[in-house]
Design a protein around this ligand. Structure first.
Ligand code: ZN
Length: 245
């Protein structure tokens, strides 16, 4: 895995900016894992995707997973920080069992973890019940057949309650939660963290600063972007210190 620094940080920012909300995590990971494509990352289960994002955070931005979110009660801006290693440990345990199976009557069901494409397909449904059904059908096989097939779909309907319960079970531990405490209103809650969103905020912020540094050095010395990004961070910081003194 390549840390998001220098030209890799700008490349990740560039690709993810063009990818839009849904494709950002896949775009960033395709830069961090050279040779992989965004389409490959779209097909990876959410816990494994989150695990890769947590590893990338640790490698690129250090041991604390931090960011800001609004208080669920009063909307005040809350800062949070948690150990990335702890998040990685929890997600590693979860990713070890990516499927779940059960039987009902003569039918055997097998469920896999949802991926980005499944979430996108579900979110395109306006109706919540329909969205839920799309998600289950995409992630479940009945007797080895996709649950989108007519016969399998009927069997899934019979086992809907179990399917819902198992889906919750399979995905519950995959969520990254953080305890937040609001000093304004006293609200205390475990909040689900949207890892792709927080990593994107970090990438955008870091790339913005780096672009500014490149602009400053290029304007002063006339060096190319490539030459400036090819320097070590120490050397770049040394020149910037002189420019700004
Ligand atoms: Zn509050």
């Amino acid at each position: 895995m390549t840390p998001l620094r220098g030209r890799f940080l700008l490349e990740a920012w560039d690709r993810a900016s063009a990818a839009g909300d849904r494709g950002r995590a896949a775009a960033v990971l395709s830069v961090a894992r050279p040779g992989s494509t965004p389409a490959e990352w779209d097909a990876v289960g959410i816990p494994e995707l989150n695990l890769e994002l947590a590893r990338l955070w640790h490698l690129s931005f250090g041991a604390t997973l931090n960011g800001c979110l609004p208080c669920p009660q009063c909307g005040a801006r809350l800062e949070f920080g948690m150990s990335v290693q702890e998040v990685i440990r929890e997600l590693e345990a979860q990713s070890a069992e990516p499927t779940l199976g059960w039987t009902l009557g003569d039918d055997t069901f097998s469920m896999r973890m949802a991926n980005s494409l499944d979430l996108a397909a579900a979110s395109s449904e306006a109706d919540l019940v329909k969205a839920r059904r799309v998600l289950l059908e995409r992630c479940i096989e009945v007797n080895g057949n996709p649950a989108t097939d007519a016969g399998a779909s009927a069997a899934l309907r019979e086992s809907e309650f179990l399917a819902e319960t198992n889906f919750e079970r399979l995905h519950r531990a995959a969520e990254v939660t953080c305890q937040v405490h609001c000093f304004d209103c006293g609200h205390y809650e475990a909040v689900d963290l949207d890892l792709p969103r927080f990593l994107w905020a970090k990438v955008r912020h870091g790339a913005g600063r780096l672009l500014h540094d490149v602009h400053e050095l290029a304007s002063t010395y006339g060096w190319s972007e490539d030459a400036i990004l090819g320097m070590s961070e120490h050397r770049r910081a040394g020149y910037l210190e002189m420019v700004r003194s």
